[in-house]
Design a protein around this ligand. Structure first.
Ligand code: AMP
Ligand code: MG
Length: 486
């Protein structure tokens, strides 16, 4: 049982299409996140997996649900598409969690909708498991992201490049409103729609802004800041989202859509994994610039409600875009200062970090292990850090510049190594491990998926039983390309 309260369904009809999930042949439960269900006040009996699977696959629509597909538009790789919308995702409804926060329950892969275009409305097992693993890993890393409530096999085939097993992913989000949702109305010259949507998201995500003198300008700034913070956090764990289209950027500031995403193994600032990102538009280091570009698209949508005088509205928007850059820089240095164990601010800290990153890039050092090893170095044990570099001289030189800087921390070094370990994960969902879990699952063996999920629950702890998840891929194991899987 879900205690639904469906606010999006109360918005005007043109915001969505009502649509029921299309039942599947043989729903079979893969994974149910009981802890999350509890947070959400969902009462489903885990001892009846068939009933649970039928509900979570959309075969049985629970009482109080008002299933709908949201309308949205979006820039995909820079090209505007005026109508996208949920083509294979159905919002079952909203619940209020144990902290009083409204959360969406969405079924991804639950069948066609009026927005499916040529798609089948389905999802394949591999991408569903990837999203499950990575979104839960993000949560455990402390980075805002949508959550995984369940994965269910459908017992049906889906036809992609090859024939694959179908699955439904049950996603939980603070909301599914995206930059592209605003673009849907802007593209239609629907200023009333923009205003209604802006009021809705202020109410839901930014209630403090309600009394602001210009709440729409304040909204733009608030979204920009949350995205700047989010992207800085991504860079801090080596995350490459892979498809930062405007329809994949939330208004709430949660990471969403884990299609071709991947974490860096060896560091390279222009690293791209996605098979369709030929120009490297969404490369690791391009992410803040793209975030700003997406916020500029949001700003364009909000101009008519920010000020009737267009010049004034444009000035407001430009100021926010500039602040996005400043905020990102401030957040980035905050994240990386903590990663290298600095508590105080000093001029030249940014350069110190950049110097490390550039040695890492030259040496193809493993992003995660370098920073984790640096925590040992804070206790005087340099081996694990140095082991990531083929040519030790530059790494050793950097260590001495780092130690000179540490000496200027003025005694603020109590528990430094521990603090560093609390921000530098030991275990991240490495691509080859995700791939391993998916490959085994395709043969009916979900033990790798389960074990990886278990390891990722405590990413900042060194867990001897999961030591194999800490090591980078061998040359043979390296995954160089990822796929959207749509
Ligand atoms: P994504 O790449 O997942 O962000 O999706 C981009 C757009 O394509 C969204 O409008 C999706 O709903 C739609 N889409 C992706 N896969 C499918 C599918 N298998 N069937 C229908 N629509 C899809
Ligand atoms: Mg998407």
């Amino acid at each position: 049982m879900f205690h639904f309260d469906n606010s999006y369904a109360r918005l005007p009809d043109r915001f969505y299409a009502s649509v029921y999930p299309e039942p599947v042949d043989g729903p079979k439960l893969i994974k149910f996140n009981e802890a999350l269900a509890k947070e959400l006040g969902i009462e489903l009996d885990p001892s009846d997996p068939d009933r649970l699977a039928a509900t979570l696959a959309g075969n049985v629509v629970p009482q109080g649900a008002m299933p709908l597909a949201m309308a949205y538009a979006g820039h995909q790789f820079g090209n505007f598409v005026p109508q996208l919308g949920d083509g294979r995702a159905i919002l079952l409804g909203e619940v209020i969690d144990d902290k009083g926060i409204r959360r969406d329950i969405q079924l991804k892969g639950a069948g066609p909708t009026p927005f499916s275009r040529r798609g089948d409305g389905r999802a394949a097992l591999g991408p569903v498991l990837r999203e499950y693993i990575v979104s839960e890993a993000m949560f455990s890393l402390g980075i805002p992201a949508t959550r995984a409530l369940a994965a269910v096999a459908t017992g049906e085939q889906v036809f992609r490049e090859t024939v694959e097993q179908g699955a439904v992913f049950v996603r939980v989000a603070a909301s599914h409103v995206r930059v592209g949702t605003f673009q849907f109305f802007a593209a239609r010259g629907d200023t009333d729609g923009i205003r209604a949507l802006a009021d809705y998201v202020i109410d839901r995500h930014y209630p403090d802004l309600k009394t602001d003198e210009n709440r729409y300008a304040a909204l733009l700034k608030a979204v920009a800041f949350r995205q700047a913070e989010l992207i800085a956090r991504w860079l801090g764990v080596g995350f490459v989202h892979g498809v930062m289209n405007t329809d994949n950027m939330t208004i709430s500031g949660e990471t969403i859509d884990f299609g071709p995403c991947a974490f860096l193994d060896e560091y390279h600032q222009m690293k791209v994994f996605s098979s369709i990102d030929h120009g490297g538009r969404y490369a690791y280091r391009n992410q803040p610039g793209i975030g700003q570009w997406n916020i500029a698209r949001l700003a364009e949508c909000l101009l008519p409600v920010i000020d009737e005088d267009q010049d004034k509205a444009v000035d407001v928007a430009n100021a926010v875009l500039k602040e996005f850059g400043e905020r990102f820089q401030a957040e980035w240095i905050k994240v990386f200062r903590a990663k290298i164990g600095l508590v105080t601010d000093a001029d030249g800290d940014g350069e110190l970090v950049q110097n490390l990153l550039s040695v890492m890039q030259q040496e193809e050092a493993d992003f995660t292990l370098v920073f984790r090893g640096l925590a040992d170095a804070a206790e005087g044990a340099d081996e694990r850090f140095l082991a990531q570099f083929a040519d030790l001289s530059k790494a050793a030189e950097w260590l001495s510049s780092w130690r000179e800087r540490l000496a200027r921390e003025n005694g603020a070094d109590g528990g430094r190594a521990e603090k560093m370990r609390a921000v530098n994960p030991a275990i991240i969902p490495r691509n080859h491990r995700i791939q391993e879990a998916i490959s085994a699952a395709n043969y009916g063996d979900f033990s790798f998926f389960e074990r990886l999920l278990a390891a990722l629950e405590k990413p900042y702890e060194e867990q001897p039983e999961f030591a194999d998840y800490m090591t980078p891929p061998t040359l043979d194991e390296r995954v160089t390309r990822t796929f959207c899987g749509t």
